[in-house]
Design a protein around this ligand. Structure first.
Ligand code: NAD
Length: 452
């Protein structure tokens, strides 16, 4: 991983003064999740006096947070949750928005702002939809204005969903916690009440079996470590040439290694057989393995185009068919069923010069998860994608220094994300508390300034 010496420098006393004086980016040290640490430290201010916001207060109080409706002018604030479900026209947004604005100068480092509102697509009333879309716009802009590692994200609720639902609590907790350190300017949609809150929030995946492809290194290895830390047993898949590295990561997480090329026709069946023999179950699939073979389309050869499509999307479609046909993976327990998360990329959303093949495959992933959510819903399961932006890995360490430095700073947090940031988001999406969210592509990109 390439060292980010600039962020280190900017967080020294001297560096802070210099970067401020020169108007240079000031990347903050982000608050990241630790199972032994607090969920969030300091007052959480709840805005919007509706029944929905009272029910949200109950979740927050249940986690022993210091929930307030008001704070004194000198008090530091850890988070603001602004509930907008009573706004039926854009004009009705102003009271809560201005109250939120009044609190921004009091935010602590790595603070959170979370807007909560009903899905704009679920109303045919032009004024109501305008108000709801307005909240999206203000949340995205506020994310650009946040400082000192703070983030702003939105929680978009289904029209009929009670905020008491476990799925609402799960999303709220993810956004408040250090798990979402590199997620900003994004929206989590919660559509159903399915799901369950864990007995132990430090082991939400306890008793579950997960498979992670491309787990020998980089983001895949971080996903395996994070799922293991959260209580899952992990099967780690990678190609035979990566066998030694794969075995090392598998040992670290007390998991089992399976050497298989995911483009093989039988890859899905091999994973199922391995899961059946070693664990007797399979609950979670993380399609992480992916490759880049960059070339301008004018110079593209069949090998580059076909290999990227084969690894990054066709293999996943084929494996998903095998998983969904099997009883091992399709079993449900109560309201919690199987989980699939697939790695997309911000290149699949915004496009990227030299990456027509990669962007086609990653946009394909976004299409696949939105279409497959109905198949998973029939089994109380979910399928989602995570789209990382610039993440510090061996892949990005190979970029030319200047390009890497620019890519790293071009987001609202002025730094690259870490493999753990992607892994934490995936761990949330596969957890029982995230059962209300499916078909979504969630960006982990620090709100990349380039692209959508
Ligand atoms: P990486 O190259 O470090 O690791 C990918 C792993 O996948 C390797 O261990 C490789 O051996 C394995 N793999 C490749 N082809 C395989 C196959 N046919 N069968 C089984 N395993 C195979 O990549 P990374 O940076 O950790 O990226 C992981 C995922 O995240 C990829 O899907 C990538 O496209 C995506 N992503 C990464 C970034 C980033 O900034 N690093 C950004 C956006 C998306």
């Amino acid at each position: 991983m390439a060292k980010d010496s600039y962020t280190h420098f900017a967080n020294t006393g001297f560096g802070r003064r210099i970067t401020k004086a020169l108007g240079l980016p000031q990347p903050a040290k982000l608050r990241r999740y630790s199972p032994s640490g607090p969920l969030i430290e300091g007052p959480v201010v709840l805005l919007g006096a509706t029944e929905a916001s009272d029910l949200i207060a109950e979740h927050l109080l249940g986690w022993d947070l210091d929930v307030r409706r008001h704070v004194g002018p000198k008090e530091k604030v850890a988070a603001v949750v602004a509930v907008f479900d009573s706004a039926h026209t854009p004009a009705e947004l102003s009271e809560t928005v201005l109250e939120l604005g009044g609190l921004l100068k009091q935010l602590k480092p790595s603070a959170r702002v979370i807007t909560v509102f009903r899905n704009p697509a679920h109303t045919e009333d032009p004024a109501a939809r305008a108000a709801r879309k307005g909240i999206e716009g203000l949340t995205r802009s506020l994310a650009h204005e946040m400082r000192a590692g703070g983030t702003a994200n939105g929680l978009i609720l289904h029209e009929d969903l009670a905020t008491a639902a476990p799925s609402v609590a799960g999303a709220l907790r993810f956004l408040l916690s250090g798990r979402s350190a590199f997620v900003s300017g994004q929206f989590i949609t919660v559509d159903s009440v399915n799901g369950a809150l864990p007995e132990d929030w430090t082991a939400p995946l306890s008793g579950q079996v997960a498979v992670v492809t491309g787990a020998a290194r980089g983001i895949g290895a971080a996903i395996a470590r994070t799922l293991y830390r959260d209580g899952a047993q992990v099967i780690l898949v990678d190609i035979p040439p990566a066998g030694e590295q794969l075995a090392a990561v598998a040992n670290e997480v007390a998991g089992t290694a399976l050497q298989v090329d995911i483009t093989e026709d039988e890859a899905g069946q091999k994973i199922l057989t391995h899961a059946e023999q070693h664990y007797g179950r399979l609950d979670i699939v993380v399609h992480n393995a992916g490759i880049t073979r960059d070339k301008l389309l004018a110079n593209m050869d069949p090998g580059r185009w076909n290999s990227v499509i084969a690894v990054n999307i066709e293999s996943q479609l084929r494996m998903n068919r095998a998983f969904l046909d099997s009883e091992l993976f399709s079993r449900t327990e109560g309201t919690v069923g199987p989980r699939i998360v697939s790695l997309a990329s911000t290149s699949g959303i915004a496009g990227n010069r030299g990456q027509t093949n990669y962007a086609a495959s990653k946009a394909g992933v976004i299409g696949m998860v939105s279409a497959a959510s109905a198949q998973l819903a029939a089994r109380h399961g979910t399928i989602n994608a995570v789209a990382p932006g610039f993440i510090e890995t061996e892949m990005t360490a190979k970029m030319p220094v200047a390009t890497r430095e620019v890519a790293r700073r071009l987001n609202s947090l002025s730094q690259g994300g870490r493999p753990e940031d992607v892994a934490e988001t995936i761990a949330y999406l596969v957890s029982p508390a995230a059962a209300g969210t499916s078909g979504l592509t969630l960006r982990v990109c620090g709100q990349n300034l380039v692209g959508a």
